[in-house]
Structure formats: C-alpha cells, structure tokens
Design a protein around this ligand. Sequence first.
Ligand code: CTP
Length: 396
Amino acid sequence: MVEGKKILLGVCGSIAAYKSILLTRLLIKGGAEVKIILTPSAKGFVTPLSLSVISKNEVLADMVRDGAWSNHVELGRWAHLMLIAPLSCNTLAKMAHGHCDNLLLATYLSATCPVVFAPAMDEDMWLHSATKENIERLKSFGNHLIPVEKGELASGLYGEGRMAEPEQILSFLETNFFFSRELEGKLALVTAGPTHEPFDPVRYISNQSTGKMGIAIARELAARGAKVELVLGPSAMEAEIPGVHVIPVESAEDMYQACTNLFPKTDITVMSAAVADYTPVSFSSEKIKKNSGTLTLELTRTKDILKALGEQKKAGQILVGFALENHDETAYARKKLQSKNADLIVLNSLNDPGAGFGFDTNRVTIFEKDGQETRFDQKTKQQVAKDIVDRIIKLL
Ligand code: CTP
C-alpha cells in the first residue's frame, strides 16, 4: 500500500498528462505524499495549479525559480520512488542518453530511489527501433517499465502506445514496491473471460465476456501477496502480471479440468469467468459446408464448475462466485450463494449502466453467507477488484 510513501511524480508533455491528475488523486487517497515535477512542455497539457491543488504541494518545473535554485539532489533523495507518467518519447530519449536540460531530467539523474516509467506515445513512435532501443537502455539502467496498453490513441488511430490507466499504475507500484502482504503464502485461483464451444474447426459459440474483471481481480490478489493461478478463457486482454501465472483454456470442459486440478490446494477461488452453459453435442472435424436449409445445433449442458468446487470445498477455503442478472437480482444472488456453497456472490446487474461485459467500470453488490449485502458505487473494474479482495481478506 502507498500509505506513508513519498512519491516523486514526473509528468512529460503528452496528451496522457491529463491522467496525472487522476493518478495523483489515487496516490493521495491511498495516503502517499506526492511531489510533482513537470517538463516545460507538460505545462501545455496540464496546469501546475490543478496538480498542486490535488497533490497539496507546490509543483516544480524550473531549475531556477525567482533567482533560487531548485535542489534536484534533495528531491531525488526525498522520494521512496520516482514515477514518470506519462513518459514522452522525447524525455525517454533524453533519459536513455543522460541529457540534463530540465528539472525532471536532473532529478532523474540524481535519484537514488527506484525509478518507474509509464510511456505514452502513438503506435508508430512506440514501435520505432529507436524507441525500442531507448526503452531497453532505461531498463538496463535498472529502471522499471509499466507496459503501454492497446487502445484509442491521440492520433485517432487504434493501437499500442496508450499509457497504462492510473489504477493499473497504482497496482503496479503496490505489487512491485509497496506491497501489503496480507495474502502472503496464500494460493488463489481466478477464472476469467469467456469460453469457446466449437462445433467445427472454425466455428464456436461463446459470449461477450472480455476477461477484464477477472484479470483485475488476479492483479489485485497478486498485489496483496497471493500467488495467483489465472485460468483464462480466450481473451484479447493483456494478462502478463507479476505474481500471476496464466493457464490459457478454450472450452468450459478445459476450464473445468484446470480448476478441479488446482482447487484442492487453493485458499481463495474467484470464479469470474462467463462459462458457457451449453456446448454443442457433437464436433465435426471437417468444416461444415453451408446448404440451402437451416442448420440446427444440438446443445448440451456444460459442467457447472462453481457448483463442483463448492461441493469439494473444505473448511478454510474461500469460494467466490459471480452472478449476472437482469431481474429478481437479490433473490437469484442469494439462491446462488446457497446452491453453489459459495462464501460470497458478486452480483452485476444488467440493469446498471456502465456495468457488465466490455465496460471499464462495474457496479456490484456483494452478498455474504451471514445475510450481509453491500451495494457499491459504480467504479473502475480495478477498484471493484479491491472491494472484492477486501471482503475476501475480512473472511480469512
Ligand atoms: N459458472 C461455472 N460453470 C459454469 C457456469 C457458470 O463455474 N458452467 C460460474 C461463473 O463463473 C459464475 C457463476 O457460476 O461465478 C454464475 O452462476 P450461474 O448459475 O451460471 O449463473 P448464470 O450464468 O447467471 O446462470 P442462470 O442465470 O442461468 O442460473
């Protein structure tokens, strides 16, 4: 946890600089002390005034202010960690080659604490050999990269190069530097994503799950010190997370096999995957050719993994299930808690805007065995993951 930590945040000139306001707010809310340095061009993207209000500290940008020298050596030694987010292509190149023509660079060169950087740029710049080489150089100096994400870029194009979201940056810091190891020594199993139920070599039935919620839960459990096995159905999401071992699976049957193998050893199991309830009865090894008539697929029920694990559950094991409903939500969630022998059921209502498949946000209600029911506000999926993991820790 970042509580009591001193964090020096460097902000470069990039459209992603607006995220530095949200990032600062998260760090301050978490109890960190934050000092901010802007590069000269960052001032065009985010104002020192906004950042100083949020950080409750003066924001620095110039080597010399009102005839006085800003002591970059002192700043670099004050911090437990220096975070540069967003890191622009220009500052990246300067850092990689030891340039020192502004306060941020001078502080970086004199920092004795760990340095973490979260780049932000357009995809073509990100993929350029010069950028790749500079990133490798920074890493070889012992600095830590927070990988970029795929998404819509400032150019309007879609691709790699977006700065990681503030929640992800916070979670990276907590996982790698400021861990509160409440779950140290615990083994967690998380399922995420959809499953694919094939009926010929090129076709399958599935659902719209992206895996975002489950991946956020895996990240949060790892951030609190658990060793995490993530059984992940077909998902386009980035799931390379320190402390998380990914077991990729395709079908509900594969997921069942992976989970039943792992479950006896786990302390915490969170079943957030949207497992297909039905699978085709038969599989044609040859691609089915179309003809003029209709095609009827016969489907059969898949194994209910959550129920199977609930039946095997031993004292001390925590089992969490999800429910996605659009009517009689509370009654169904309570019924699931009992019928699956779960300790918690996390309900997503399809009636809540901004919740469910594909959204970055979610709004959940957590049902507990003792009858307690907690409805949370709409939050980012990473914050929802924190709320779920907090409940799990209380149960443990
Ligand atoms: N689940 C599972 N195995 C399945 C189907 C679902 O483990 N074959 C898990 C999901 O990961 C989730 C929970 O069960 O944690 C959802 O419960 P389920 O009874 O499948 O709810 P719905 O899909 O909402 O089904 P229904 O409303 O039809 O009861």
